[in-house]
Design a protein around this ligand. Structure first.
Ligand code: NAD
Length: 488
């Protein structure tokens, strides 16, 4: 990292006010809330604490800008996104530092998030000019069917704290490409990266009112009043299934278009014929990327009995070697969890599994000292009644269980209300395809531990959500279809 990119300098340059319309403003009443560093619990900055009225002011700005943004040539919309892609890369050192400071992930993971997150702007810059429609002769030959696709309109984008840059670009990219204006409501734990992104977009030529950002410590009030406003046309939410359900019920009042990227409980299946080295390396990625604080994190490891003990031992050995340290420390591979509540949840789930008979192969207890550190943990012989098999762990804990047959593995994998992603390791092509077809998830990592890719449709089934982000279909979430019946 360059010597002039220091936490002090980067934090001093972050806008901490609300981005509404053509400027930056304090929250009504001037209230602010603090943003903490999970590596030591100290405050990094204070940001404006928006009220419901501020949220509505942001919607006013988005509504005012909607018509002219929709009429902006698609190429121009794409070029703005493309410039923002370049600018994120040009400023990657500052952004990585900021992500690590407010979210805790190791700097190397922050750089990986920047590469992934920026890609949504490049991808949707290219998609902006490919919005198409259709022209068909009616089956009876007497009419014509013209199909056009138009921006859905002002959209509310609510994002989580675990990927503060990528979860924002994954929504802003397709929305802007489609011609929608947005109000972004970042998570209260990590508002700084979104504010930095708004400044970048402004510098790249996004017109006033097209991207508005409201930071708040009271998301229920701000989001709740926006969802009641009939000028809002779309909600795109990424976060927990619990909050997603609540917002879906609130969105029902206005029959709002919704996209929901919710929680996961990913199974990781290893068959006896798999390349075990590759499976262990894939497991490390699927489990420990972002300290396990990812909706795609492998939550349950099902390993065929002949290789189950060896897999668990090898995984434990590799996980025990990793360096747990503040994300800015040299060589850090595992940073702190987001806050004490997150760490306590992980600890409670591990204690429950151990009380019910699981064996700790490595880790198993929180680390002393400042910050919310929990070490990589492998649990073997986990009983089927353990709570961590049904709940999202959101921490660096890998429960390993043995299975005997392919049918049993699929049944175990599908025993969850979630359906975001599954990982599958086998060298048998027939088994790979059969299993991939039978797994009830929106995504599958076949012999690979990471599925996220801006060019692919990301999303879940069952209670993991509705809709897809990224890929060719990602822009559809922000487009309405209109058809004109033509008499000829
Ligand atoms: P969360 O549901 O607590 O919060 C997500 C967002 O919703 C935040 O912006 C928060 O301020 C807001 N929010 C919280 N309560 C609200 C309320 N009552 N009304 C309106 N808004 C409210 O989730 P989190 O803890 O920030 O993120 C972790 C969760 O996100 C995990 O469950 C994870 O699986 C999920 N996630 C899913 C994906 C995906 O693509 N499927 C990606 C990342 C994270």
């Amino acid at each position: 990292m360059s010597t002039d990119v220091t936490p002090e300098r980067v934090l001093a340059e972050i806008p901490t006010r609300l981005r509404i319309g053509d400027g930056w403003r304090e929250a009504t009443g001037g209230r602010t809330f603090p943003v903490a560093n999970p590596a030591d619990g100290t405050d990094l900055a204070s940001v404006a604490d928006a009220t419901a009225a501020d949220g509505l002011a942001a919607l006013d700005a988005a509504v005012a800008a909607q018509a002219s943004w929709a009429a902006t040539p698609p190429r121009e919309r794409g070029e703005i996104l493309r410039r923002a892609f370049e600018e994120i890369h040009a400023r990657r050192e500052e952004l990585a530092l900021l992500i690590t400071l407010e979210m805790g992930k190791p700097l190397a993971d922050a750089y990986a998030e920047i590469d992934y997150g920026a890609e949504f702007f490049r991808w949707f810059a290219e998609e902006a000019v490919r919005i198409d429609g259709g022209y068909t002769v009616s089956p009876n030959g007497r009419g014509r069917i013209l199909v056009m696709r138009q921006p859905v309109g002002p959209s509310l984008l609510v994002t989580p704290w675990n990927f503060p840059l990528a979860m924002a670009t994954r929504k802003i990219g397709p929305a802007l490409a489609a011609g929608c204006t947005v109000v972004v409501k970042p998570a209260e734990q990590t508002p700084l990266t979104t504010l930095a992104l708004a400044a970048i977009l402004e510098g790249c030529g996004v017109p006033a009112g097209v991207v508005n950002v409201v930071t708040t410590s009271d998301p229920a009030a701000v989001v709740g009043s926006l969802l009641k406003d009939s000028r809002l046309r779309k909600l795109s939410f990424t976060g927990s299934t619990e909050v997603g359900r609540l917002l879906l019920s609130q969105a029902a009042g206005g029959v709002l278009r919704t996209s929901m990227e919710l929680g996961g409980n990913a199974p990781f299946l290893v068959f006896a014929d798999a390349d075990l080295d590759a499976a262990v390396e894939g497991a490390l990625l699927a489990k420990l990327r972002n300290m396990g604080e990812a909706c795609t994190a492998a939550n349950r490891f099902y390993v065929q009995r002949p290789v189950a003990a060896e897999f668990a031992d090898r995984l434990a050995k590799r996980m025990a070697e990793l360096r747990v340290a503040p994300g800015l420390a040299e060589g850090s591979q595992i940073g702190p969890l987001i806050d004490e509540a997150g760490r306590q949840k992980v600890g409670t789930l591990v204690d429950d599994a151990v009380r019910k008979g699981a064996r700790v192969l490595t880790g198993g207890a929180p680390l002393d000292g400042p910050g919310y550190f929990y070490p990589p943990t492998v649990l073997a012989d986990v009983p089927g009644t353990a709570d961590l098999l049904t709940q999202e762990i959101f921490g660096p804990v890998a429960p390993v269980l043995a299975f005997d047959t392919e049918q049993e593995a699929v049944a175990l994998a599908n025993t969850t209300e979630y359906g975001l992603v599954a990982y599958l390791y086998t060298r048998d092509l027939g088994r790979a395809l059969r299993t991939a077809e039978a797994l009830e998830t929106g995504m599958i990592g076949l012999n690979q531990g990471v599925v996220s890719n801006a060019a692919a449709p990301f999303g879940g089934v069952k209670q993991s959500g509705l809709g897809r982000e990224g890929g060719r279909v990602g822009i559809d979430e922000y487009l309405e279809t209109k058809y004109v019946a033509i008499a000829v």
